[in-house]
Design a protein around this ligand. Structure first.
Ligand SMILES: Cc1ncc(COP(=O)(O)O)c(C=O)c1O
Length: 389
């Protein structure tokens, strides 16, 4: 990815006012104007239900599946994708379909996002298994720490590609290979990376992979995707709705068949053909594909590199460059953050997150501009100078 050209600011495609420095995509990605229009179009469609035909339910859902499969890359196709409303829903499908025997272990990361921990803690409790939390490594090398934790007892590893607090990366190719050696499964939550960081699906070969789409997929809230490896596509859905069953296309003759729709469609949430939201999701995915994930990563990376360098003299430490994602920067303060920092930032129109108590999480995208970085430091520099002992 070295030498990848960066994109000029794409701010004109969004409704981001001049006083807003929005460096917080990991919290929530903004809808572009085109995505907002597509979503409004979806709402309008429901005003005229006589113009909505049974085939539209399926084509709407399948367009979104196809766009997501393209983003995910080969060997994924639309057949492998289920529509889910949240990461937690996708993790629940994974949990219901992966074998965990009493005495086995489930691996998760320290300080991981709650949707993953809660799902697998419940599963461990229910199945007499042990939830093993890989501690945060002092050298930021999560990959080595996870590899060291995998052994013959491991049933499942539930992991991200990028730690949601500070952007530390995890080499899922090496971890996937090691898990296969011990016969363990891999369930991924790529909410904080897919769309802004390339992902080698074929080499990682996860069993299940979920993405909540409202962050880096720049999509409406309550939308998301679940990739199900073909080896699990005969599994058990969480819900039994008519939409997932064979013959659902024939609205005039619905029965109670045992058979399912093809591929991963059986795992869809009920009412997957969301007329209001899915047109926006598909438009957002097409825009991301048009920019290119490599170029999004490089563009965001130019900002995070510059911010990390400028933050260093303030005593704010980032994960070393070779171990952090280009689009995702966590700046950890040595001690407590200056009093009232969150309020100072908001009053200046600077939007970032504070996570894990004293890490400033700064997550730019292609709509950002350099004045936003200056605005950020116009708050951070005096605040940290004043807080120095
Ligand atoms: C890593 C990660 N996964 C998932 C989510 C969202 O989870 P859910 O869709 O279950 O609300 C977030 C939100 O911050 C996140 O950071």
């Amino acid at each position: 990815m070295v030498g990848m050209p960066i994109l000029p600011s794409q701010r004109h495609l969004f409704d981001l006012p001049g006083h807003v420095a929005y460096l917080n995509c990991a919290y929530m990605g903004p809808l572009s104007n085109a995505v907002a229009e597509a979503t409004h179009g979806g709402v309008d469609r429901k005003r005229h239900p006589w113009a909505v035909f049974p085939a539209d339910f399926f084509s709407l859902a399948d367009q979104a599946r196809a766009a997501f499969a393209t983003l995910l890359g080969a060997p994924a196709t639309a057949e492998d994708i289920a529509l889910v409303p949240a990461a937690s829903y996708g993790m629940a499908v994974a949990s219901a379909n992966l074998t965990v025997r009493p005495g086995q272990t489930i691996l998760v990361l320290a300080e991981e996002f709650p949707s993953t921990i809660l799902t697998w803690r419940e599963r461990a409790r229910a199945g007499g298994a042990e939830l093993v939390t890989v501690p945060r490594p002092a050298d930021h090398d999560w990959t080595a720490a996870i590899l060291a934790a995998i052994d013959d007892r491991t049933a499942v590893a539930a992991l991200p590609a990028v730690h949601w607090i500070d952007g530390a990366t995890i080499d899922l190719v090496r971890i996937g290979a090691r898990l296969r050696q011990v016969g363990a499964a891999l369930a991924l939550d790529l909410t904080q990376s897919l769309g802004a960081r390339p992902f080698p699906l074929a080499e990682v070969d996860p069993d299940f992979l979920v993405v909540a789409a409202y962050k880096w997929l720049l999509s409406p809230y309550s939308t998301g995707f679940l990739y199900v490896a073909p080896r699990h596509q005969n599994g058990r859905p969480l819900e039994h709705h008519w939409f997932g069953r064979a013959g659902a296309q024939d609205f005039s003759n619905l029965g109670y068949p045992d058979g399912f729709q093809r591929g991963a469609r059986r795992f869809d949430v009920g009412e997957p053909a969301n007329f209001a939201l899915l047109p926006g999701v598909t438009a957002a995915l097409e825009q991301i594909l048009d920019w290119g994930v490599d170029r999004i990563a490089a563009t965001a990376g130019a900002f995070t590199d510059a911010i990390a360098t400028r933050a260093d003299p303030l005593g704010l430490a980032a994960v070393p460059t070779q171990l952090r994602a280009r689009h995702y920067l966590g700046l950890k303060a040595a001690g407590a953050l200056p009093a009232g920092l969150a309020g100072l930032l908001t009053r200046q129109g600077v939007h970032i997150s504070i996570r894990g108590g004293r890490t400033l999480r700064i997550t730019p995208h292609v709509y950002n501009e350099w004045w936003e970085v200056d605005r950020l430091f116009s708050v951070l520099e005096p605040a940290f100078a004043a807080a120095r002992p």
